[in-house]
Design a protein around this ligand. Structure first.
Ligand code: SIN
Length: 476
């Protein structure tokens, strides 16, 4: 791909949207301008809504089998274009190429999964209350869907919404993060090539998200909003969608505990932590945030962790372990939390040298307490906060004592303990002796303030379906 700044377009009804207003896209590795994208204004958004509504009426008349076939073609095209898509992800998001390639496969996995699920939107025949009735249910697409996606996984957070929506027969208007719109546009082009109807997947890029989102979710044709992002924004969106009682799925912030019990295989726990903490330089909702170490293994584990973290390579090359954070604000926020924690009594067990630009060296903090901001915040950065514990009950109470309920991890060789603690943790996804839990076949989502609904798995399709109950009198 050339290093020239290039122009690309929002996608409306299968075509490039022309506009004199543009959004600039920057490379987080050096803050250079990569591309300008045409911006969707109010008029374009109104038109996109009209096309989406028309398309929903067309999709209603299509067979699940034909939507499945189109999704399979989209999957294949994504896989055929892995290198190019990964290059775009690295360019606009900053993650090293090996992680971008992994994201392409992960994103494609959702498309394949929902191509298979498209034909499983079963209804039911229910034993009737009299011999003269037949009671059945059918499932139908909810209507036009609006999706708002974040910058940390510019492909996967999109496919896990668009693929089930299309499988269910819904048309989709996407507002991708203005920081990473290029991958979204590429995905939409491939979807069109695969056979998506023109209004089935439109991508509206804007630097004024509030205006666009308000317009989108106040339109009567829009029957579902799906959002991945911060809890604060999720709550605001929920207030808005409440006004029209719109179906709403929210995948919000996490604050994952990572518990290492005394019996744990420490090598395995370290591997798991490296993956759960440092994937995407710590910028994931399911990142291990609070590391609880049993007092009997703490000293040994800390030594292992420091040695491993010291060896991480951090730069903008394709083979680095960690790329840059998304921008300067993200870095300053994380460094601010670290300073505040140290002022409040935390101890720096390890900190690499200061780095230029958006790159940030990992930090390991000990003696972190639950009254510190860093304990309660979703730290989207390579910061490891360590807390020591003695008793199982104590660690469960500490792990649960936050507003988030997305992911949790624990390491133990005591099977009864793994089961017991899983039942006690108020988190919707739990890694048991496993630090990499993301999988298109599994329901991804959160409890408590981490969200509503699930993405992926068999649950993922139902988020886009309405159940209709038919009561038929079959005899007098
Ligand atoms: C997220 O950070 O929201 C998603 C991470 C994942 O799907 O693995």
């Amino acid at each position: 791909m050339s290093k020239e700044v290039y122009t690309t377009h929002s996608i409306m009804n299968g075509r490039a949207l022309s506009s004199t207003d543009t959004v600039e896209v920057f490379n987080p590795a050096d803050n250079s301008l990569i591309a300008v994208v045409t911006e969707a204004d109010e008029r374009a958004t109104e038109q996109a809504l009209h096309y989406a509504e028309q398309c929903f009426n067309v999709l209603k008349g299509t067979a699940a089998k034909s939507r499945a076939d189109i999704l399979f073609r989209w999957y294949q095209l994504i896989m055929d274009n892995q290198a190019r898509l990964a290059e775009l992800v690295t360019l606009e998001q900053g993650k090293p190429t090996k992680e971008s390639l992994a994201e392409v496969v992960y994103a494609a996995g959702y498309v394949k999964w929902f191509a298979q699920e498209a034909e499983r939107a079963y209804g039911a025949v229910i034993p009737a209350h009299t011999p003269n009735h037949q009671i059945t249910t059918v499932q139908q697409g909810v209507g036009v869907v609006v999706g708002i996606t974040p910058w940390n996984f510019p492909l996967a957070m999109i496919t896990r919404k668009v693929a089930p929506a299309y499988a269910a027969g819904c048309s989709f208007i996407l507002k991708p993060s203005e920081l990473t719109p290029l991958s979204a546009i590429e995905l939409a082009k491939l979807a069109l090539k695969a056979g998506f109807e023109e209004g089935a997947f439109q991508v509206l890029v804007t630097s004024k998200p509030h205006t666009l989102v308000a317009q989108l979710h106040s339109h009567p044709a829009v029957r579902k909003l799906t959002f991945t992002g911060s809890t604060a924004v999720g709550k605001l969106l929920l207030e808005h969608t409440a006004r029209s009682v719109m179906r709403t799925s929210l995948e919000l912030g996490g604050n994952a505990p990572f518990i290492v019990f005394g019996s744990a295989d420490l090598e395995a726990a370290l591997e798991g932590l490296m993956s759960a903490k440092f994937r995407n330089a710590g910028q994931t909702c399911i990142a291990a945030n609070r590391i609880f170490l049993h007092s009997s293994i703490k000293a040994q584990f800390m030594n292992m962790l420091k040695a491993r973290v010291q060896g991480l390579t951090i730069d903008g090359t394709h083979t680095a372990d960690l790329g840059p954070l998304i921008n300067e604000d993200a870095k300053q926020k994380a460094l601010g939390w670290v300073s505040e924690a140290v002022n409040d009594g935390a101890v720096i067990a390890y900190q690499g040298s200061a780095m230029k630009g958006n790159f940030m060296s990992p930090v390991i903090l000990e003696n972190v307490r639950s009254d510190m901001v860093i304990y309660n915040a979703e730290v989207f950065a390579p910061v490891v906060s360590v807390i020591e514990f003695d008793e199982e009950e104590q660690v469960v109470a500490m792990a649960n004592d936050v507003e988030a309920g997305l992911a949790a991890y624990m390491y133990s060789t005591d099977i009864a303990q793994l089961h017991r603690v899983s039942m006690e943790l108020d988190f919707a996804m739990i890694g048991l002796n496993e630090g990499a839990i993301s999988n298109p076949a599994a329901p991804f989502g959160g409890m408590k303030e981490s969200g509503l609904g699930r993405e992926g798995g068999m649950e993922g399709l139902h988020e886009y379906l309405e159940v209709k109950y038919l009561c038929q009198r079959i005899a007098k």
